[in-house]
Design a protein. Structure first.
Length: 150
C-alpha cells in the first residue's frame, strides 16, 4: 500500500504539527578485498531494495560493536570469517521512509568459502568498475570514499 505524503510530512511533521520520528538504522558493511578486487553483492528480489548492489553486512544490534556485528553478519550471510584492517568514515543517507548510517570497514577473508544465503549474486570487481553497478544509494558515498583512498 502506498502512502501519500504531504509537504509537512516530508519536512518531519504530521498534519497536526507533531514531529515525526523517521526510523534510523545503523549498519556495518564490509569492503572485502582480494587480489585488488572488492566483493560486491546483489540483494535478492525478495529483499527491500530488490536487486540493488551493496557491500555485505547488516544491522548493528543493541550493545553490539560495529566490528562484532560485521563478523556475525558475514558468517550468517556469506559463511565466511573476516579480518578487519581499517575503519572508513561513516555515512548517513536519508531514504523516503528511513535513514541509514553505514559503518564501512576494509576487510579480507580469514576463512571459509562464500555461500550466498541472502543475496542473489556476487561479483569481484576492481574499484574503478564498481560505479557501473546499480548500487543502493546509501552505498555510493562509501564507494567514492574507498576509491579516493586507493
Amino acid at each position: 500500500m502506498t502512502k501519500t505524503v504531504s509537504k509537512k510530512e516530508e519536512n518531519g511533521t504530521d498534519p497536526s504539527g507533531h514531529t515525526l520520528q523517521m526510523k534510523h538504522i545503523h549498519v556495518a558493511c564490509a569492503i572485502i578485498e582480494q587480489e585488488g578486487r572488492v566483493l560486491c553483492t546483489q540483494r535478492s528480489a525478495s529483499m527491500s531494495m530488490p536487486l540493488k548492489w551493496e557491500f555485505p553486512g547488516g544491522k548493528i544490534e543493541a550493545g553490539e560493536s560495529a566490528e562484532d556485528c560485521l563478523k556475525r553478519e558475514l558468517l550468517e550471510e556469506l559463511g565466511v570469517g573476516i579480518s578487519i584492517s581499517q575503519a572508513m568514515p561513516s555515512h548517513t543517507h536519508h531514504y523516503e521512509t528511513f535513514s541509514i548510517t553505514l559503518h564501512p570497514f576494509v576487510c579480507s577473508m580469514a576463512y571459509g568459502d562464500i555461500r550466498l544465503h541472502e543475496h542473489s549474486t556476487m561479483l569481484w570487481m576492481e574499484p574503478n568498475e564498481m560505479p557501473s553497478l546499480d548500487w543502493a544509494e546509501a552505498d555510493m558515498p562509501v564507494i567514492e570514499e574507498y576509491r579516493k583512498a586507493k
